[in-house]
Ligand binder design. Structure first.
Ligand code: COA
Ligand code: AMP
Length: 247
């Protein structure tokens, strides 16, 4: 069956506000555009861009997302201490280096002090590997095989569609052989839950950022000697469809 990537992104005054992607058969393109438009247009925008591309290769079918583990803390400082411990165990990087990278995300990781347009990539020696420090790398071409069913399942368990999207994205990241662990906080000032993913689990940490902070971002920690071209290719181009959620 021919499948298409449908992406919508909204911006205001030249600044990205939000975006989303679906992988869908030809017959459902119209419905998907309407659903995404409905979601994105809730925020004030002056431009919406729609991009539709046929998938050039068959998607990788994945049985399940990472299992979800919820962790709550009294504040973001305590949550970040746990985050540092998990990352330290997985990467062997010093606590100081990990804290420095996390602080960068919380204060605007782009060289202009704004949020990056994608994720930082860093290896186990602490070397930054992304090709462009304003852009980073963006994971795309990932969705659920039967999205509606998955959303219903997550909602019944008290989660939201945002969790579904983040879980799909990070499940794809953890399928990349060179990626060991990921750290993420949203750039929305009121969304305080962040996550850490390892090959084994998706840890949702609440609160991982301070209320009111407009800064956010992702860090992909990779193995030493990682093949950077292959990481970009896999994350940006390899289509992945997930069948079920690990809850
Ligand atoms: N932040 C800032 N700018 C962005 C952006 C983002 N997340 N996504 C797109 N842009 C802007 C950039 O200027 C980009 O140019 P660049 O490649 O030089 O950075 C331009 O739009 C064109 O982007 P495009 O090539 O169409 O983007 P894409 O193929 O990477 O797809 C999205 C963009 C938004 C559809 C994709 O990142 C996506 O699906 N995101 C889903 C996010 C999500 O589900 N997050 C989990 C929720 S917690
Ligand atoms: P979000 O999860 O959409 O709130 O995005 C939080 C941050 O993650 C953004 O500020 C970007 O720095 C980064 N980001 C956004 N989209 C992607 C993506 N598709 N892949 C990797 N990083 C992203």
């Amino acid at each position: 069956m021919k499948l298409f990537s449908v992406k919508l992104r909204a911006s205001k005054d030249g600044k990205h506000i939000s975006g989303a992607e679906r992988i869908t058969p030809y017959e459902k393109i119209n419905t998907v555009i309407n659903q995404l438009y409905h979601r994105l247009s809730r925020k004030e925008f002056d431009s919406i861009n729609i991009k539709i591309d046929i998938l050039k290769e068959q998607p990788l079918l994945v049985e399940k997302t990472l299992p979800v583990v919820n962790l709550t803390f009294k504040n973001h400082i305590e949550a970040n201490k746990t985050a540092v411990q998990i990352i330290q165990k997985q990467t062997g990087l010093s606590e100081e280096k990990i804290k420095q990278l996390i602080d960068l995300i919380h204060s605007g990781a782009s060289p202009d002090g704004e949020n990056m347009r994608g994720a930082i990539i860093v290896d186990q020696k602490g070397n930054r590997l992304e090709r462009d420090r304003f852009r980073g790398v963006r994971t795309t071409h990932v969705d659920y095989l039967e999205r509606d069913k998955i959303i219903q399942k997550l909602i019944k368990k008290g989660f939201t569609e945002r969790t579904a999207d983040a879980l799909a994205l990070t499940t794809k990241n953890m399928l990349c052989p060179d990626i060991i662990v990921e750290y993420c906080i949203s750039d929305e000032p009121d969304y305080l839950t962040g996550y850490i993913s390892t090959k084994e689990a998706y840890y949702r940490l609440t609160p991982l950022k301070e209320k009111g902070n407009k800064k956010g971002g992702r860090i992909y920690f990779v193995k030493n000697g990682a093949d950077i071209d292959e990481i970009y290719r896999f994350l940006e181009e390899k289509p992945v469809l997930i069948k079920d959620v690990g809850i």
